[in-house]
Design a protein around this ligand. Sequence first.
Ligand SMILES: Nc1ncnc2c1ncn2[C@@H]1O[C@H](COP(=O)(O)OP(=O)(O)OP(=O)(O)O)[C@@H](O)[C@H]1O
Ligand SMILES: Nc1nc2c(c(=O)[nH]1)N=C(CO)CN2
Length: 168
Amino acid sequence: MSTPVRSVLALGSNLGEREGILEQAVADLSAHPLVRLVRSSPIVATKSVGGPADSPDYLNMVIEVETGLEPLALLAHCQDIEQRHDRVRVVRWGPRTLDVDVITYGDTTSEDPVLTLPHPRAAGRAFVLQPWAWMDPHATLGGAPVAGLAAVAADLAGLRRYEQDPRP
Ligand SMILES: Nc1ncnc2c1ncn2[C@@H]1O[C@H](COP(=O)(O)OP(=O)(O)OP(=O)(O)O)[C@@H](O)[C@H]1O
Ligand SMILES: Nc1nc2c(c(=O)[nH]1)N=C(CO)CN2
């Protein structure tokens, strides 16, 4: 196994049992023998950014993992978990049961359209940045504090902390 690398993954769901889907996805992602969950953010409820006008609201969260998977293998693992949750792609940015994006993989940068690192749209998305800043107040992205990027992201106004169902 190669030296473990820290990676931030972003999860989103706006169809079905969204909270349960996110919880199961975190468990599924970290069930891989080469993926260890380091920490996870609170869940946030967010207005859909882009996509069809009538898109339902999302639940979003981020997690930090430590992984021995190479970047493309980590992406494939994320896509495998999306498929397991019946993800179907119909229209770009359309509703989905589960979306898992690779936001960062260590300090790796890549322009490859198959896996662009850091994720090319993350720096402008409060639905990624704000839960990330709550999870890790010292996080940076491209040299900038994540909390500062979140504070100026256009979609911040449509974001609130989600009140999770109390555990039985
Ligand atoms: N950092 C990344 N994380 C996830 N997918 C990526 C990344 N960089 C490039 N991609 C590519 O983007 C393709 C489309 O991904 P996906 O369907 O999740 O996009 P989306 O969630 O609809 O939109 P967005 O990329 O804006 O979040 C994937 O097949 C993947 O190869
Ligand atoms: N609020 C919100 N909006 C989105 C999201 C998302 O996860 N949350 N994902 C998108 C494509 O990845 C497009 N728009």
